[in-house]
Design a binder for this molecule. Structure first.
Ligand code: GLN
Length: 486
């Protein structure tokens, strides 16, 4: 099997045994990118020179007989809204097309401490606003399983790069589903940790009370390894949780006996593609046969989560994006006075979806409407959170589809509201700040289906264990997107 098709843990073993070198591995991934990038378009920026230097340094360590970290020498991609010192960070927006951050995000420093190799900055929806990567200000990314379809979003380039063999692992950000949904569409494992588990310092803010970083990988073991590398308290992020970080690989145990699984009935109704629901049901039957206890639960405020999110997220975005005014950094359009300069800069720099959200958010926060919209949405958020608290008094995890359908065709959901509905299964989890993982649980007409496992706050280990147990009983994660012959 070609090197670019392996998992992080398999490659680590090969590096340690000196069966392969980190330089060979990097070259295999680059050759793959040369072959498939014209079809997929995962990357906004590639960082091959830096990657080769990192790989060479890891090889030298191995030659000296030094121990290496689990991610050392393993090539991975970062969503292009994660700040990288000296490397362009665009958020897929024309307004930041030439922005080079003077500092690293905390996760980037943590990955560097493990000697991970950075392949480049992956395409996404502009400022992470979207569910298909079609809102990128630069170009559309294609799904490796069917290049006429979207890879999901907003972390679409992160997911496509892992699925197409252009990276072994990747990081995405998830505000309303942007790690889990593209992972589902591309047949990957995508984990959104508890809000505050991973530092957001250096993640360009979209909606600060919801944003969270996490791994997109080929299997659950790799997800645990990458989470180990990036999780933990960070004094630079005031929302970071100051709790001990377990070794998540300890949760890689194939055992669900006695695990109480809740199936929220609101997630299996209208709008869910029947074949997707059927895949999840089959997975549940399997988990039951393995000794888990399954019961139906109710999250009665689910139907209000989406409208609440589409007030709260744009409200926060309108404030976060006020800084792009042509003064501090990024694009500046010339104007006769400062107001004209602001207006032209923002009008040229932002794409239509970003403008729509800035307008929505500004409206929801305006003095006459604040109580009716923003405040109401915050109250709904509390009710959504309480639904989860009640459910988790009875069960250990919840299982739902990750997305209502498999990957849709590029251009198919041109109505923004239809696109917003794609987030129906993932958004409530962000509103409640909970951890969630999407793992492959089947295929419908050759396209991957994702199953979402939701846990209590800081219970990443529990969802990793359930995900691992299911994964090991199946072979979905071992299949590679059919681009293999390119
Ligand atoms: N699709 C959702 C949105 O457009 C979620 C995006 C995200 O998680 N970054 O807001």
């Amino acid at each position: 099997m070609e090197l670019f098709k392996h998992t992080v843990h398999a490659l680590h073993g090969m590096l340690v045994k000196k069966d392969i070198s980190a330089v060979e591995l990097a070259k295999s991934v680059f050759a793959r990118t040369d072959a498939v990038e014209p079809l997929i378009h995962s990357y906004i920026t590639e960082t091959r020179e830096q990657a080769m230097a990192q790989a060479t340094a890891v090889d030298a360590k191995i030659m000296r007989g030094e121990a290496i970290a689990p991610l050392a020498g393993i090539p991975g991609a970062l969503k292009d809204n994660i700040c990288t010192k000296g490397i362009k960070t665009t958020c897929a927006s024309k307004i930041l097309a030439n922005f080079v951050p003077p500092y690293n995000a905390t996760v980037v420093d943590k990955l560097a401490a493990q000697d991970a190799v950075l392949t480049g900055k992956a395409n996404c929806d502009e400022f992470a606003m979207g569910g298909s990567t079609e809102n990128s200000g630069f170009f559309v990314t294609h799904n490796p399983w069917d290049t006429e379809r979207v890879p999901g979003g907003s972390s679409g380039g992160s997911a496509s790069s892992v699925a197409a063999g252009q990276a072994i692992w990747a990081l995405g950000s998830d505000t309303g589903g942007s790690i889990r949904q593209p992972a589902a569409y591309c047949g990957n494992v995508g984990l959104k940790p508890t809000y505050g588990r991973v530092s957001r310092y250096g993640l360009v803010a979209y909606a600060s009370s919801l944003d969270q970083l996490g791994p997109i990988t080929r299997d659950v073991t790799d997800s645990a390894l990458v989470l180990n590398a990036i999780a933990g308290y960070d004094a630079k992020d005031s929302t970071s949780i100051n709790a001990e970080t377990p070794d998540y690989t300890k949760a890689l145990v194939q055992d669900v006996k006695g695990l109480k699984i809740g199936l929220p009935k609101e997630y299996f109704g209208a709008g869910i593609q029947p074949e997707v629901a059927a895949s999840i049901k089959r997975a549940i039957d399997q988990l039951t046969a393995m000794g888990a206890e399954v019961k139906e639960v109710s999250l009665p405020h689910t139907e209000y989560a989406l409208p609440a999110y589409y007030l709260i997220a744009p409200a926060e975005a309108s404030s976060n994006l006020a800084r792009y005014d042509g003064v501090g950094f990024g694009h500046r359009a010339p104007g006769n006075d400062i107001i004209e300069m602001y207006k032209k800069t923002r009008s040229e720099g932002f794409g239509p979806e970003v403008k729509r959200r800035i307008m929505l958010g500004t409206y929801a926060l305006s003095s006459g409407y604040y109580d009716a919209y923003y405040l109401k949405a915050l109250q709904v958020r509390t009710l959504v959170k309480q639904d989860f608290d009640k459910a988790f008094a009875e069960v250990d995890i919840l299982i739902t589809p990750t997305a209502p359908t498999t990957a849709f065709k590029i251009g198919e959901l041109s109505d923004p509201l239809a696109m917003y509905l794609q987030d129906i299964c993932t958004i409530p989890i962000n509103l409640a700040g909970l951890p969630g993982i999407s793992i492959p649980c089947g295929f419908v007409a050759g396209l991957p289906v994702g199953m979402q496992i939701i846990g209590k706050p800081l219970a990443e280990a529990t969802i990793i264990q359930a995900a691992y147990a299911f994964e090991q009983a199946n072979d979905y994660h071992t299949r590679f997107a059919p681009l293999g012959e390119v």
